[in-house]
Structure formats: structure tokens, C-alpha cells
Design a protein around this ligand. Sequence first.
Ligand code: PRP
Ligand code: MN
Ligand code: MG
Length: 177
Amino acid sequence: MAFYEKDVGTLIDEAKLQARIREMGAEITRDYQGKELTLVCVLKGSTFFAMDLARSIDLPLTLEFLGVSSYQGGTETTGEVRITTDVSKPMAGKHLLVIEDIIDTGLTMGFLLENLRARHPASVKVASLLEKPSRARTKVDIDYKGFVIDDVFVVGYGLDYAEKYRNVPFIGVMKGK
Ligand code: PRP
Ligand code: MN
Ligand code: MG
């Protein structure tokens, strides 16, 4: 029995996740033909999704990592988004695709887009595996969206509860939360 089975139920299983990610990768491949693409992976939650998506994109690309945190391990956003790790190169003139695991209140992505746009990239688009529209506090346009989910606290495939459960291999829900 896996370490998480007592606490975590399945919301989106591995097969469904991987099939959708392949479709998203194919769409991104078509849209960025002839362009130099930079994936901006948002630490820590997006890492599992970003690495699978990157492998599904049939184009040369560059990886950057940007760390932000606002949940501080809890289930409610603190509303204060902080950069914990910055990207390694100037973003000016680049075609940026920001990769997120989830857009919930939208505060993190709103902050990120404002921050990245101020660096004068050639373009900025957003890919998010999950969207939880019921909790949106600011409007974010998602260019590539994996799944729309209800207002449940999700873990796994990068998403944490108090920094744990990120390595659960599917999107799960905390039992009794
Ligand atoms: C989570 C998630 C998104 C953000 C979405 O990150 O990974 O980045 O919150 O929530 P929002 O739309 O309400 O802002 P978190 O701050 O928990 O950091 P983590 O990725 O390191 O877990
Ligand atoms: Mn995150
Ligand atoms: Mg988190």
C-alpha cells in the first residue's frame, strides 16, 4: 500500500493526465513553430507538469525556473506573493510560456504576469494544468488549460499539502479536507 493511500483519493488519474498533457504539447508545438520558446516553470508546484509537458513539445526550448510562494504550506492563500528564486537570464525579447500546476485565486499568476511583462519579453502566454474558477479573485487568461476542477483541495503531481504529497503520481484530493 502506497504511503498516501489512507489520506488521498483520486481526482484525475495518471493515464488521463498524461493523455491531456500530450494534447497540450502538440498544440504548443503547432503554435510556436519557428519561434524560440522559453518555458518559465513556477516552483515548486509546476515542476512535475512542466517536465512532462516539456517532453511533449517537439521544439527546441529553454527552461527557466521562477520560485514564488503564497500559501506558506496552508490551504488558504496569504494573499502575499513572494519571489523565492528568480530566473537565471534576462527575459527581454523572449517568447515566454509560464507553466503552472493550478490557477486558484489567480493572485500568483496575476503577480507573475505583471512582474514578467515589466521585463519586456517578446510575448507571454500561460499554461496551467488545473483551473479552479469558483475561487478566482482576479481574472487570468489561460492560453493552454489542462482541466477545470471544482472547489476541492487538490494534492499530488507537484501540488502539496504542507509541502507533502507532491510525489503522489496523480491529482488527488485530501480525504476529510
Ligand atoms: C500554489 C500553486 C500555484 C498557486 C495558485 O503555489 O502551485 O502556484 O498556489 O494559487 P492562487 O491562484 O490562489 O495564487 P504555492 O504558493 O502553494 O507554492 P508551491 O508551488 O511551492 O506549493
Ligand atoms: Mn505554486
Ligand atoms: Mg503549495
